[in-house]
Design a protein around this ligand. Structure first.
Ligand code: FAD
Length: 473
C-alpha cells in the first residue's frame, strides 16, 4: 500500500483529465485529488460546431468545471502549469504556487500548430475550445452584417467569402456546418444567400488524408459537393494576411481574398512536454510521450500520461476523444490499484467506429467500417453517442432530456422547416428514417436485452432508448 500525504494531481481538464478525476472520485480513492486546468470551462470538442451554430447551448457543451465537479471529491484549481519537476515530484503554476504530488497524470492535450506560416497565428481563427467557437460565431455574424451594408460588389464578395485551411475532419465538419448555417443567417438579415462562399483550402489532393475517418471520404465528398463548398486542392498555404490567403498551387503563387480565415490544419503536443526529462527514444516523432501499456511513463511509475499528448507504441490509437476518455477511465483504475499495492492492468481501448457532422441535422456514423448510417439518422446517432459521453450522470441526464425534447418532439427548434430543407433529406423523410432507426433497436432490445446492451452500449443507443421508452424488463 502506497503511503503519502501528498495528493494525486491531474494536469489538464480535457477528456483524459476530467474523466480520470470523475472516475477516481467514485472509487473510494485514498489520496486527495486535485485537477489543475487553465480554463474555467470544459470544452466538449466534438460538439463545438453545435455551440457555434446554436444547435446546443453553452451549458450543454461548454459547462463550468465547478458545476461538473460539484459533490465530487475533486478539488479544482484554475491555473496554468508552468513547470513540472518529475524527479522532485513537484510542479509550479502561473500564480507562483508549488504543488508536491504522490501521483501525477499528464493530460495536457495538444495545441494548434501553424507550421511557421507567416501571419497564420495573427489573422486566422482557431476552433479548439468553447471560447474560440463563441468568438468565431460573433465574427461570422459581424461579417454578414457588414456584407449587408457593403458599398460595392467586390467588398461584399470579400466579406461573404469564408476560407477554411485544412480538409481534415475538423475543416470538413466546419465547412459543411457553415455551408448550411451562414445562408440561413444571411437570409434572416435580408441578404441573398447564394452569395455566401465557403472555400476549403487543402495542401494535398486528398481530403481526410491519413485520418481515422478516411473510410468516409466518398460520403464526405458528396456532402461537400451538395453544399457547393469550393475545394482548393494541392494548395500549400505560404502566408496569411488580414484579408487574404497566399498559397502555392502547381508551381504558381496564388491568393484568395477572404473576410474570414479559419485554421484547422494541424496540432502539436503541448509544449510543456518538451521540458520533461524524457529521452528522445521515449518520444515519438511528433514529440508525444511514449507510455507503457498501463499508461505509465517509463522510469516514473507514479506518472501517467494519455490522450493527445502520449502514445503507447504497442497499441497506437488515433488522437480522439473516444480514445482519451477511455484512457481516463483506465488511469483511474490503475491509480486505485497502485494505491492498494496491486499489479496494474494494460489499458483496454475499444474503437467504436467514427462519427462526423456533415451540416445541420446531417451526419454520418461509420460502424466498424462495415456500415454507414447517413443523413439525419447519422446525425441522431452521433448526437446520442456524444450526449452519452457528457460527463457526470446528472449532467448527462439533463442534456439528453433537453436534446430529446428538441430533436424528437420538436418543442423548440432553432431552425425553421424551410431552413432544414438545406440538408439533403426532406424533413418528412428524415423523420421516417429516424423512426426506422429507432424501431429496429426497440425490437432487438425487447427480444435480446442483454445482447442488445452489450453490443450497442458504446453507441449511446441503449441510454437514448431508455430515455424515450423505458424497457419493461
Ligand atoms: C474542433 C474539434 C473537433 C473534434 N472532433 C472530434 C470528434 O468528433 N471525435 C473525436 O473522437 N475526437 C474529436 N476531436 C479530438 C478530441 O477532442 C481530442 O482528441 C481530445 O480532446 C483529446 O483529449 P485530451 O484530454 O488529450 O486533451 P484536451 O481535451 O485537449 O485537454 C487538454 C486540457 O489541458 C489544458 N491545458 C493545456 N495546457 C495547460 C497548462 N499549461 N496548464 C493547465 N491546463 C492546461 C487545456 O486547457 C485542456 O482543457 C476534436 C477536436 C477538435 C479541436
Amino acid at each position: 500500500m502506497q503511503q503519502s500525504s501528498h495528493p494525486t494531481i491531474i494536469l489538464g481538464g480535457g477528456f483524459v483529465g476530467l474523466f480520470t478525476a470523475l472516475h477516481l472520485s467514485q472509487q473510494n480513492y485514498p489520496h486527495p485529488i486535485i485537477l489543475i486546468e487553465q480554463r474555467d470551462r470544459f470544452s466538449f470538442k466534438p460538439l463545438l460546431y453545435e455551440l457555434l451554430s446554436g444547435e446546443l447551448h453553452s451549458q450543454q457543451v461548454y459547462p463550468r468545471y465547478q458545476e461538473l465537479l460539484l459533490g465530487s471529491h475533486v478539488a479544482f484549481v484554475q491555473d496554468t502549469v508552468k513547470a513540472i519537476n518529475l524527479h522532485h515530484q513537484r510542479l509550479t503554476v502561473a500564480s507562483g504556487k508549488n504543488y508536491d504530488y504522490c501521483n501525477l497524470v499528464l493530460a495536457l492535450g495538444s495545441q494548434t500548430t501553424y507550421f511557421n506560416t507567416p501571419g497564420a497565428d495573427k489573422y486566422t481563427f482557431p476552433l479548439t475550445d468553447g471560447a474560440e467557437a463563441i468568438a468565431l460565431r460573433k465574427h461570422l455574424r459581424l461579417r454578414l452584417h457588414q456584407a449587408i451594408q457593403a458599398k460595392t460588389v467586390e467588398e461584399q464578395q470579400y466579406l461573404l467569402t469564408f476560407a477554411i485551411v485544412g480538409a481534415g475532419p475538423a475543416g470538413i465538419e466546419l465547412a459543411c456546418t457553415l455551408a448550411d448555417l451562414l445562408p440561413i443567417w444571411y437570409d434572416e438579415l435580408g441578404g441573398d444567400s447564394d452569395n455566401v462562399r465557403i472555400v476549403l483550402v487543402n495542401r494535398s489532393r486528398e481530403i481526410l488524408k491519413g485520418d481515422i475517418n478516411s473510410q468516409l471520404r466518398c460520403t464526405v465528398q458528396r456532402s461537400l459537393k451538395y453544399r457547393q463548398v469550393e475545394l482548393l486542392f494541392d494548395a500549400a498555404v505560404t502566408e496569411i494576411q488580414s484579408d487574404r490567403v497566399h498559397y502555392q498551387q502547381h508551381d504558381q503563387q496564388r491568393e484568395l481574398q477572404s473576410g474570414t480565415i479559419i485554421w484547422t490544419a494541424g496540432t502539436t503536443p503541448n509544449p510543456l512536454l518538451a521540458d520533461l526529462p524524457v529521452t528522445a527514444e521515449h518520444r515519438d516523432k511528433r514529440g508525444r510521450l511514449v507510455v507503457k501499456p498501463t499508461l505509465q511513463l517509463p522510469g516514473f511509475p507514479e506518472v501517467f500520461a494519455a490522450g493527445d499528448c502520449a502514445v503507447n507504441p504497442d497499441a497506437p490509437h488515433p488522437p480522439t476523444a473516444q480514445v482519451a476518455y477511455q484512457q481516463g477511465q483506465a488511469i483511474a483504475q490503475n491509480l486505485k490499484l497502485q494505491a492498494v499495492g496491486k499489479p496494474l492492468l494494460p489499458a483496454q481501448i475499444h474503437l467504436r467506429g467514427t462519427l462526423m457532422k456533415l451540416g445541420l441535422n446531417d451526419g454520418v456514423a461509420n460502424i466498424f467500417n462495415k456500415l454507414q448510417i447517413k443523413g439525419q439518422p447519422g446525425h441522431l446517432l452521433r448526437q446520442a453517442t456524444y450526449l452519452e459521453l457528457l460527463p457526470t450522470p446528472a449532467h448527462n441526464a439533463r442534456i439528453t432530456t433537453e436534446w430529446l425534447t428538441d430533436e424528437l418532439f420538436q418543442r423548440h427548434r432553432p431552425f425553421t422547416r424551410t431552413q432544414l430543407g438545406h440538408t439533403p433529406f426532406l424533413p418528412g423523410m428524415a423523420a421516417i428514417a429516424a423512426s426506422l432507426v429507432l424501431a429496429t433497436p426497440l425490437v432487438w432490445r425487447a427480444a435480446q436485452p442483454q445482447q442488445f446492451q452489450q453490443t450497442l452500449s458504446w453507441s449511446g443507443v441503449p441510454t437514448l432508448l431508455n430515455q424515450i421508452t423505458p424497457s419493461t424488463r
